[in-house]
Design a protein around this ligand. Structure first.
Ligand SMILES: [Zn+2]
Length: 240
């Protein structure tokens, strides 16, 4: 009885909250209507999708496989365009502690990719780690939130075999500087666990590819029989 009253009160509280503070689109700020979550229908359909996973050897795939790495598939949900409201959406999640935004995007993308058999044969999800000092400042690791929500849809387990070493910030560095800055800063723990597996490397955004390449190189060096695929929520237009 007490539980039922508590449930009713909670539902009433949520409804009152919605009436006073109606849910708005995270992208354009318009009020959401019934059936809309997180984004309004216009923003949802206006999302600059890459669809690069449908290309058998996309620019993104080529860039990551170029150093002779066994990259099998590459997917990026949307183009990363500076000043775009969609790019700001991902930045807001990261810097304003709003993991629910990336969780929602990741789950939606995972459902779409599942229907297109993108995850077939993938054994393990490996989020790009943050160095613990950075993670303490950020509260959460965006790549981990994406991986957990993909796991929720696909039932593929997540691993923590990648470890980050500290490096200076990547912002305001060009592609060459970024690659040099992160080279060797991601290490593979327990590579024997990855032998013969097909792993999916997960990051929130790919701009030059330096971080994902550092991770893929580390895995390949430690476990040459591991096959690697890559998934991000956003990728620079130069790559997709
Ligand atoms: Zn909108």
């Amino acid at each position: 009885m007490i539980r039922r009253i508590a449930d009713m009160s909670r539902r009433l509280f949520v409804r009152l909250g919605e009436a006073v503070f109606p849910a708005v689109c995270e992208c354009c700020g318009a009020s959401l209507v019934n059936g809309e979550t997180m984004l309004c229908i216009d923003c949802l359909y206006g999302m600059p999708r890459t669809n690069c996973h449908r290309d058998s050897f996309s620019e993104l795939h080529k860039r990551l496989a170029a150093p002779g790495l066994p990259i099998e598939r590459a997917a990026a949900m949307m183009h990363y365009i500076k000043e775009s409201p969609y790019t700001k959406l991902i930045q807001r999640a990261k810097y304003n502690d709003r993991p629910s935004i990336v969780a929602w995007l990741a789950e939606m993308f995972a459902r779409e990719l599942s229907a297109e058999h993108f995850f077939d044969g993938i054994d393990l999800l490996l989020p790009i780690p943050l160095h613990w000092r950075k993670q303490m400042r950020r509260v959460f690791n965006q790549s981990e939130v994406i991986a957990l929500n993909i796991s929720k849809v696909t039932s593929i387990k997540t691993g923590d075999n990648l470890k980050a070493l500290p490096h200076s910030t990547q912002t305001r560095k060009n592609a060459v500087e970024r690659a040099a800055n992160v080279a060797g800063t991601i290490q593979t723990a327990h590579p024997e666990e990855l032998a013969g597996l097909h792993v999916l490397l997960i990051d929130d955004v790919i701009t030059t590819g330096a971080t994902l390449l550092a991770a893929a190189k580390s895995i390949h060096a430690a476990s040459p029989t591991t096959r690697i695929s890559v998934l991000t929520l956003a990728a620079s237009k130069l790559l997709c």
